[in-house]
Design a protein around this ligand. Structure first.
Ligand code: APR
Length: 259
């Protein structure tokens, strides 16, 4: 019913969730926007405004100018460290507590789902607070603690303390790189068996994450609930489109689930 008011659509969505045993929650940058984390597709700010993010977030960009890419990630990392989970993240963690089996699959690298209390989280695109060897010299990922060895902080990035030949880089998935196979495999397996997939704050344009709601619908016959202030690439297959901010829509959904 396209003209149904939002409150009654949230009730429909809550009813779908209440009946489900297995629920996948796919999130994107929109869920962190109300925390103040800028999305990739937002215009870059300050010093970075003359750069295109797709030219900073690739292995080729890092090879071309490792210091530039390192400093861009440092600025994003310090932003992430200074923000807090918002009511959307908190509601997602609460949905995990209220329903039998919930898996959060996020494209975000900010760690805010875990900080909000979500326990079952797959980070498809990595974690911006972690670092690894550019050459994966000890297997992928070789996580490296930047405080565990001596390096010249005034001249980043450091060389890998294991192989000493490749630079240390952020543990995130860059454009043109493959997703961590285990994370993707687990996400695909879960969505093909879930009964509902709740999609929150993603434009649905970056593959393979964007294909997960399609997989859920095709293989498991799952219902698709989409939360976004504007229609996105998933909206056309959504059984319920909740047009609004995740920090407003999701707490209301939790209120109904608790009732
Ligand atoms: N609540 C919910 N959704 C919101 C909100 C909000 N408060 N504010 C914005 N959005 C929506 C936008 O309308 C947009 O559709 O969030 C979406 C964010 O889209 P993108 O910036 O494209 O982010 P995402 O889909 O996560 O991008 C996927 O691409 O940039 C790469 O690796 C990066 O993980 C990222 C991936």
């Amino acid at each position: 019913m396209p003209n149904q008011p939002l409150t009654s659509r949230i009730e429909d969505a809550a009813a779908m969730l209440r009946k489900a045993q297995k629920v996948a929650i796919l999130t994107g940058a929109g869920v962190s926007k109300e925390s103040g984390v800028p999305t990739f597709r937002d215009a870059l700010e300050g010093y970075w405004q003359n750069y295109n993010p797709e030219d900073l977030a690739t292995p080729a960009a890092f090879k071309r100018n490792p210091r530039l890419v390192w400093e861009w990630y440092e600025s994003r990392r310090s932003r992430v460290g200074s923000v807090q989970p918002n009511p959307g993240h908190v509601a997602i963690a609460e949905i995990e507590r209220l329903l039998p089996e919930v898996l959060v699959i996020t494209q975000n690298v900010d760690g805010l789902h875990r900080r909000a209390g979500s326990r079952e989280v797959i980070e498809l695109h990595g974690d911006i607070t972690q670092h690894k060897c550019f050459d994966d010299c000890k297997g992928n990922p070789t996580l490296i603690d930047l405080d565990s060895f001596v390096w010249d902080k005034s001249n980043p990035p450091p060389y890998c303390p294991h192989c000493h030949s490749a630079y240390v880089r952020p543990n995130v998935v860059w454009f043109t790189e493959a997703l961590p196979p285990d994370a993707l495999h687990r996400a695909l397996d879960f969505v093909s068996r879930c009964e509902v997939i709740l999609v929150v704050g993603t434009s649905g344009v970056v593959q393979p994450a964007a294909s997960l709601p399609y997989q859920a619908k095709r293989y498991g016959g799952a219902k698709v609930i989409d939360v976004n202030p504007i229609p996105d690439e998933i909206t056309s297959i959504a059984d319920v489109f909740l047009q609004g901010r995740s920090g407003e829509v999701l707490p209301e959904m939790v209120r109904l689930l608790r009732a």
